[in-house]
Write a protein that binds this ligand. Sequence first.
Ligand code: NAG
Ligand code: NAG
Ligand code: NAG
Ligand code: NAG
Ligand code: NAG
Length: 336
Amino acid sequence: MTFGWCFSVCILFVLVGLRLEEANAQFLREVGTKKLAYWSIVVDQSGHGNFTTIQSAIDSVPSQNMYWVSIKVKAGIYREKVKIPYDKPYIILKGEGKRRTFVEWDDHHNTSQSPTFVAMADNLVVKSISFRNSYNNPTNRKLIKPAVAAMVSGDKSYFFRVGFFGLQDTLWDDTGRHYYKLCTIQGAIDFIFGAGQSLFERCSISVIGGALDAGLPGFITAQGRTNSEDGNGFVFNYCHVFGNGTTYLGRPWRSHARVLFYKTNFSNVVQPAGWDAWRYHPNEGNITFAEYGNFGPGSDTSQRVSWMKKLDLETIESMTSTKFIDTDGWLQKQPF
Ligand SMILES: *[C@@H]1O[C@H](CO)[C@@H](O)[C@H](O)[C@H]1NC(C)=O
Ligand SMILES: *[C@@H]1O[C@H](CO)[C@@H](O)[C@H](O)[C@H]1NC(C)=O
Ligand SMILES: *[C@@H]1O[C@H](CO)[C@@H](O)[C@H](O)[C@H]1NC(C)=O
Ligand SMILES: *[C@@H]1O[C@H](CO)[C@@H](O)[C@H](O)[C@H]1NC(C)=O
Ligand SMILES: *[C@@H]1O[C@H](CO)[C@@H](O)[C@H](O)[C@H]1NC(C)=O
């Protein structure tokens, strides 16, 4: 009787132990104090890696993947479109530097067909690589079209030192919680758009409004929140807005758009009015466009639109903290 009871308890502990181990295994392999990916794949155009294209490396990851897989991409310009499908979470895509490893294509048939890089899966880490849609290269004399460099639709995605280059609709921050740190995002028209719930920290926002017809201002953001209850919105912390031509900070893509610039350095590319209501005049009351603690010649708010929101400090603190995108601790579990 006693033995039987003890035996059952022991079995129970062993089973619980195995369950925990399995749960950790979903994330990382621990070697000493280091946390490592379960396996690594090397992409190298010269043929010295496992694959010569990024897509073939992603295709080799099993469906419903449960283990962090690192895909290291050697320096070079990869002329291919890359897609991480829904069923391939836990991928770490790492280049050799955002000025050294480029993924480049030039589709422009329509917005959804155009992205050079598409990320549908949750739990993604991307580092030290750049995505470019070269269709609207400003030196070309073509009609400007929406041409997306990257579309991010998965949840729990982290981008570190990643570049996004385009002109119109460069970064489609579609949906999910995203953290962009030390990234460069370049464009002129609506070049950060979508309904993602995203924190952009210490990013360079490179405006190339000079590519537009003389005097036409561009728009950095076109945020897509549709409802005052929705958690999404774009928050820019300690960023740097600079470049050529002139730009508004944003216009609402959808009725309840939400964008905050915080402690950001604005050069004189920023239009004195700051924001545009686009199709939502006279319903500006539903829009949350706000600025707090910014500096530089473009930060003077004396001529800003009258409907710009004044957020209270508590709201500003909650939006500029990583808690804005992480209430369940996912950021801590990511292999930074
Ligand atoms: C990648 O190539 C290395 C070196 O040839 C090899 O050891 C490794 O098993 C390969 N990995 C995969 C996932 O194919
Ligand atoms: C975009 O183009 C693709 C491919 O030609 C097509 O299948 C799709 O329906 C188009 N989407 C829209 C929204 O027009
Ligand atoms: C604007 O800046 C971009 C990026 O530095 C550059 O390529 C482009 O030539 C500039 N355009 C003008 C009109 O100065
Ligand atoms: C702000 O940006 C300008 C260039 O746009 C730069 O010259 C200046 O040093 C920056 N200020 C700070 C405090 O980083
Ligand atoms: C906000 O949007 C609702 C519809 O969603 C509209 O009825 C209302 O008038 C708008 N409010 C303001 C202040 O613009």
